[in-house]
Design a protein around this ligand. Sequence first.
Ligand code: GLY
Ligand code: MN
Ligand code: MN
Length: 484
Amino acid sequence: MTKKTEPKLPNRANPYSEAFKAFIPEQWAPYPATWRDPSPVTAYTPGRREAIQRQFPHDRLVIPAGGYKVRSNDCDYRFRPHSAFSHMTGLGEDFEPDAALIIEDGVAALYFHARVERTDPEFYSSATYGEMWVGARPSLAEMAHYSALTVKDAADLNAALAAPLAHSDGMIRIVPGADRRIEDLVNALRGPNTSADQELEVALSELRLVKDQFEVEQMEQACAATLTGFEAVIADMPEAVRRGRGERWVEGVFGLHARHQGNALGYDTIAAAGDHACTLHWIRNDGDLRDGDLLLLDAGVEVDSLYTADITRTLPVSGRFSPAQRQVYRAVLAAQQAGIDAAKPGAKFLDVHNAAVKVLCKHLASWDLLPVSVEETMSEQGGQWRRWMVHGTSHHLGIDVHDCAQARRENYRAGTLKAGMIITVEPGLYFKATDLMLPEEFRGIGVRIEDDILITEDGCRVLSSAFPRDPDDVEEWIANVQSR
Ligand code: GLY
Ligand code: MN
Ligand code: MN
């Protein structure tokens, strides 16, 4: 197996002496008898694997976890498996770099780099897998118990890829872009087949469009953990103002709770105060928080199973909205409510967007900002309104913050909502300080309100309903949290 590049620079090499090699394997306590109970996701993962195999009944499906990605020289980013691997195996921790799942003929096998004996030099010399470097890894048997998968040694992966197919009319398909080394092996065996691989990628992405009960529960937990992070930020807003560079303080406070409550941030936190709120992906977060400004906080905790919330609240730093801020906020809130009201099974995905945009456009028209009628600006030839909200209103949400991104257009943007789908509803108005078309009191105000909703049998449920939305409730929320 390929290993992460071990430090081999002459100025740092420190060869192991024979005396050390003889000494190191001796007198270690045995590993504990048990590692972990089976993960609850194992009630769902067999069904997910059957569903993908049904779409390619004669094929060998290769779903790699992926490897480490370098951040800076010897330092990698924290490992996160490919989302399709996580969905199919239920695994999402730091054990799986270089692993791969193979599904064929109804059988799923995980090829996994397990713990080695302490007599193996890997114990002390491998910065990728060695117990002395990264902690004890599960054994093959422990991983099999935890994941309810057949687990095989990663060293056997190459042979498994090259073995004769179970069905003579089958082919190998591999998730593209997940693991270059395994993809090269597959391509060497069968030749490149981009379209076959893309079909697998699309199918795996579309399988995640409708969430199962386990996924819904994880999303509920992600929303609850995210609420903890938001409330910690609110409690610390006065400190963020006092310290200067308050956006970074906000980012840090939320990040603390994301790591404490869950696995990580689901995406880089947007902590955007004042005019920065009008920069949609403001993640530089190096500005001050000032009394009188709004703080747009778009942040989500990714729980240990890797499901993430994606929530935005726009908060008055002083605790009170100014009249102009409240006016803009109310327009966005009305648009969001219209979007939520349109979200039900059988509705088109775009109905949510169109309902929200119509309300936004009516407000823009009432403020004399549109050069044409609401109907005309909402037509394909119009679109002037987008000057103030250039993004979409919704996306699917789950293991990826922008989940199911490889799904076909007819199943996503042009698709129909179904019970079990989880999407965001996140309209906004972004009135840049430099926009001379705006009345002065609106300039520098950016508002987004983003909630995560589950489509139910008869409508939808707001998974993030514990976050106040009404401006009076937001003010009360800030006062309550800050007086705790
Ligand atoms: N936080 C990214 C988004 O709202 O899509
Ligand atoms: Mn979003
Ligand atoms: Mn967001």
